[in-house]
Design a binder for this molecule. Sequence first.
Ligand SMILES: [Zn+2]
Length: 239
Amino acid sequence: MQEINCSNCNTTINDAYCAHCGQKFVPKRVNIFTIFSDYVSQILSLEKSGFATFIKLITHPKKVIENYLNGYRNFYQSPGRLLFYFITVAGLHVLLVDKKLFGTAINVGSEFLSPQIILTALIIPFLSLVAYLAFIKQNNHKNFAEHLIAQTYLFSVFGMLFIILDDIISLFTLEIDYFSIEFLMPAILFWTALTFSKKRTWYFILLNFLLLLLVLVIFILLLILLGKFTDGGITLQEY
Ligand SMILES: [Zn+2]
């Protein structure tokens, strides 16, 4: 049999995929059906799509996040990719639907920094710190960077979910304010408890959720106090 080398990295190919760079090799000449089968397989390759990762993060957050933390790549979409989707969805929402994001108006004194980027830059490290401190005494303790990965995933997914549901409900002119920041953060923290609770019993997960909420409340009280000391220099305005 003739030896075939990968056109990309020149490694010898023994399988459908190059063992070195992952390029797929189909040893057939293209015909008119190739384009149809490519199109269909793009739709059906649900495991790798952004939508599949989005759904999987809601139904099995531990599986997707630990998979990434354990070093596996390119099966589920990366946290960076999901964050990119969120920035896009949030950007479209701010541009086309409403200047407010999660019921919060963020005044930015700059043309270059859009509110969804400011919010993301603040809230992901904030929630990561909350999660880091809440889990610091537990034996599956993760470092700050690992919590940053988890929060990037969860914030992106629930951020998109809240924006999309809010916009759909607004179409029917129903005034429901459940898709605001004070519901977004607990939702993310509940999924954080689902992800990082070592014991998989419901009361242990619930206890971790309450612990996360407690740390969150303490942080918010500290921020409000800081706002008072700085004479309102640091505030989150609600409308
Ligand atoms: Zn290769």
